[in-house]
Ligand binder design. Structure first.
Ligand SMILES: [Zn+2]
Length: 326
């Protein structure tokens, strides 16, 4: 009799804790982040924007329904017709600089844009710094690039539903001369030491609950990730990232699961003119769902670019091949 009373008392005493833990489990909400691939807003997409057209309109609802939306801004931003800017243009086959009029659209649709790519520095470090001023003025959050090395390697940080999210971007495609240095503005170069340090600092200094790496890498037009991409992606996940979402090859690449964590090697183009094959005109809009208590989940929407390089929504992709790491 006494024993059963004791058991009852213990049970009643434990109830608030049981309720509390049950409550916190119910509170473990998923965070949804939408990633798109390469966004180039010079040339034809820029001309469309100048005429009042919004190239992101078809996916506006997808971006809006997510907690965060991220794009890779594959161009500089500034006034490229000004003689002093024109004189700074780098000597390379393709150079892109979008007019600052595009910035309100980036602000409207994206939580942050990455500058870690092989075109953000197309007009050199002084124009790169000018681009940062345009972005700051327009209230467009950026990462993977900065006024110096330290700033370029800062993650984009967000607090969503009480959780800290850190997104790190690195460029791994030449030219390396676009890289930020201690005293030079530019993008974040994906040296292994930088990547390891960036992920560690995201966890330890910025107290991130979730860390996603968004690299710019790989060979153009290759549908399967290279050995280098595979090795680096696994390194990023071994260092503590939760997922890797890449871009640059102008086509979508394969997806792998490594130790339960997804690697999307390339989302392909999103807004970009000048391509003439189905593969190069097709991009993925990835909706990644992160939850501390469950494995990551995702959905992919297909985007097909028109003759202006503007994406059309082609619906949910039902057939995505997973390939295992070799
Ligand atoms: Zn690129």
């Amino acid at each position: 009799m006494k024993h059963s009373l004791l058991r009852k008392l213990v049970f009643v005493a434990a109830m608030p804790f049981m309720l509390a833990s049950g409550f916190s489990m119910a509170q473990e909400e998923s965070i949804r982040i939408v990633f798109v691939g390469d966004v180039m807003l010079d040339e034809l997409p820029g001309e469309r924007i100048a005429k009042g057209f919004d190239p992101f309109a078809e996916f506006a609802d997808v971006f809006k329904s997510a907690d965060l939306s991220i794009a890779n801004l594959e161009c500089a931003v500034g006034y490229k017709n000004q003689p002093q800017i024109k004189a700074m243009k780098e000597d390379k086959p393709y150079t892109f600089m979008a007019h600052p009029r595009v910035l309100p659209l980036l602000k409207k649709h994206f939580s942050a844009v990455s500058l870690a790519n092989n075109h953000s520095g197309d007009y050199g470090p002084v124009a790169f710094e000018g681009m940062l001023s345009h972005l700051d003025k327009a209230g467009v959050k950026y990462f993977g690039g900065g006024r110096n090395l330290r700033q370029a390697h800062q993650p984009a940080l967000f607090t969503v539903k009480g959780k800290r999210v850190a997104i790190l971007a690195y460029n791994l495609f030449l030219p390396r001369s676009f890289e930020a240095l201690d005293d030079r503005a530019g993008s974040a170069w994906g040296e292994a030491d930088y990547i390891a340090d960036g992920i560690r600092r995201a966890r330890e200094v910025h107290k991130a609950d979730f860390v996603v790496v968004y690299p710019h890498w790989g060979w153009e037009n290759e549908k399967l990730a290279s050995r280098t991409q595979q090795r680096l992606a696994q390194f990023m996940l071994d260092q503590g990232a939760d997922a890797v979402v890449g871009g640059h090859p102008h086509v979508t690449q394969n997806i792998q699961i490594y130790n339960g964590k997804p690697i999307f090697y390339s989302l392909g183009n999103f807004v970009f003119n000048g391509f003439d094959t189905v593969d190069t005109n097709t991009g993925w809009v990835l909706e990644l769902e992160l939850n501390a208590a469950k494995a990551p989940k995702w959905r992919i929407f297909e985007a097909r670019m028109d003759k202006w390089g503007v994406p059309k929504h082609k619906g949910l992709l039902s057939n995505v091949n997973l390939t295992q790491p070799k």
